[in-house]
Design a protein around this ligand. Sequence first.
Ligand code: TRP
Ligand code: ZN
Length: 883
Amino acid sequence: MRTDDPRPIRLKDYTPPAFAIAEVTLDIELDPKATRVHTTLKMERNPHSTDRVAPLALDGEKLKLLEVKIDGEVLGRNRYSLSDTQLLIHEVPEGGFTLETVATCAPEENTALEGLYLSNGIYCTQCEAEGFRRITYYPDRPDVMSVFRTRITGDRKATPVLLSNGNPVKSGKTKDGRHFVEWHDPFPKPSYLFALVAGDLAQVEDRFTTMSGREVTLRIFVEKGNEDRCAYAMEALKRAMKWDEERFGREYDLDIFMIVAVSAFNMGAMENKGLNVFNDKYILARPDTATDADYAAIEAIIAHEYFHNWTGNRITCRDWFQLCLKEGLTVFRDQEFTSDMRSRAVKRISDVRLLRAHQFPEDGGPLAHPVRPDSYIEINNFYTATVYEKGAELCRMIHTMAGPKRFRKGMDLYFERHDGEAATVENFLDALAEGAKLDLSQFKRWYEQSGTPEVLASGRYDAARKTYTLKMSQVCQPTPGQRVKQPYHVPVAIGLVGPDGKDMPLTLDGEEKPGAKTRVLHLTEREATWRFRDVKEKPVPSLLRGFTAPVKLNANLKERDFVFLMRHDSDSFNRWEAAQRYATGLLAGMVETVKAGGSPRKGTGFAGMVRDILRAKKTDPEFAAQIVLLPSEQALAQIIGKDVDVDAIHDAREILRVSIAVEAKDALLDCYNRMEVKAAYSPDAEQAGRRALRNTCLAYLAAAPDGDGVALAAEQFRRADNMTDKIAAITVLSNIDCSEREEALAAFHDQWKSDHLVMDKWFTIQALSYLPGTLAEVKRLTGHPAFTMKNPNKVRSLIGSFANANQLRFHDAKGAGYRFVADKVLELDRLNPQVAARMLGAFKSWRQMEPKRRKLMQAELKRIVGVEGLSRDVFEIASKTLA
Ligand code: TRP
Ligand code: ZN
């Protein structure tokens, strides 16, 4: 480490804040170059602090301090010290006092998109996690909660709309021809939930009546001209509000709920109290501009941010180590919402897919950290798949163990006990244990240990005694900083499927009455055995039904068991899982053959299954679309795990795809025709499912060498009246070197060149292409007029997609892909460290690659860490990835 390397923050060093703030008044005068913020804090020493003499420390970054006053008296330069990150006031009066600061910041120069910035001419803020300190001097930590009054003054033409948290209380004109609005938020909140938006915005309005009969005004603000793309978001918001009342008894608490859509945003959206700010791609939708997947994401993210009002805002986090307290829980809540609105089985499959694609590699790589980390250098780097997605799995396990009724009791107790507080994971687990009557003491290890546990299962059928003995054991590999792991409490839902395809009752030795057909076993030791009696015939075990725990399961099953389960399992998740396992086994073998220079045996078994599924008229189309899909190249690389050869993986998968296309052609074509939606477009799950299956068939058909599928795709591209079918068709064409490809890309560009969200799709399609010229094309597109490094959506859609989702071309054998992405990370680091650090995640699996690529990736990482003036964000990811 260099001497000036940033030092980590540790959970064990937590101490309560030295000062409490009873009330905050912000007086903000907007100006792109120098916004002036006059802050008044009513403060006193925190009675819960153990340090009675600590100086008053306020965070502040990229601010110009103009004045400091205590109780109205201006402080001389000797009364405080000032650094790049802190204002330290050496002595303050005993008892209560009023601190005033005046400082300016420069929104126009803010490319990091933290604090106050301009997004396409609109003032907006992003304060989570530590952005408020770029607006004013403040103890910027979530356990300092206060009531905010905000007065915003701005130009009447440029900023007719002036918004902040809570309720508007006063507005008017100023003497110099500007205008102002005052806002009051009655709920005490931490600074990270503060928000301000100002601009010339259009709005769409609706109403919602809460379960206790209160009327709430709902407003969505967008850039002018986008009013016709808000309807779906508004309906989704009302569904979310209703669902939270019914499922969790949670009602909205202010008179007004506002959402603003902006085009420059670091993440998906932000749950600021009463004023959610969204990346506009998660609000704006019209059938001709948004895909079914976009609609589904909008519904889920609207719900997620809305649900934060209780899990995050009313009950917030004591410190950033507790991030999963709000994020894991809120993801679990939004997953449940989506499951109730759409197909539960399909939602579970896509959540597990996501977990395996992002969280498992994180847990198995150099950046592994517990769901509740115990140290960080830059907190922005910890908004991870582990905190969010694994965090949600932990809540789901508690839900599984308690059952819905007792889980609700636990949640009720949590809300009752901690409303208005900044809480910890311990608070949550205590409330759930007590309310749901569970012992969660061993379960807590899930929050503290990193790594994905592996569960090994083996069963033995005794035909003479009619018993089935199931043995399960668990291990967890060492992860950085954690060599030894204690056993986890793993809930495993299981079933035993008889030869007739039906579930058998599960009755343990010693039990009198026949048991249920799906039961949850609790694996708490390193190894345990269960014996079931009255098992009439030899069963096939269906383990980890519904994926009840985030583990890697090895059930010692044979190929024929997977074939059996994928046809018969009553648990739809495990039907899908069996198909995936079967295809993965097949592909792993094919990859070996390709690597050895042979030509692999083709997977007729899988093609047969595809044919059967497509012909089975009663299968839900959306589920069918999932089950016939092959594991992605990335998923295969994960499973292979070492000496990864991306070319062999690509080739093997293509060989299998082609063989399915050829062998199942009639069924694919028939299904393609049958699934056509004749009614007017609607984004509902039923129609979306038909389109998903139809477009999956199209992708297979286009893989066949006869060229019929390509013609079909070109035809679909021309005729489609909705973005889902357009994108599916152009994606298929983008992987094939043909004139139809160029025609489609040009036509798409001409139609949508002035629509920034649709242009993002155009960039992504090209960045994901299998064709060998893709890297050159991506480089060329960075010069396209619609592309800019200053907009995160542009960076993600072009460079991020290439680095994270185009395994074949990013891992160019000569390292040109690595070099390009590393250069872009460095360029971006000077503008937006948060997004730069995320892009660097593409390098996290470097150790799994075959030796040549491993060295090339390592060299790029080393080059990055050696750069002078790196942000904390990029430094932390690069150095930990190399370690
Ligand atoms: N709390 C936000 C969410 O889950 C995410 C978030 C964290 C965020 N940091 C951010 C959003 C920075 C935008 C920018 O929903
Ligand atoms: Zn969240």
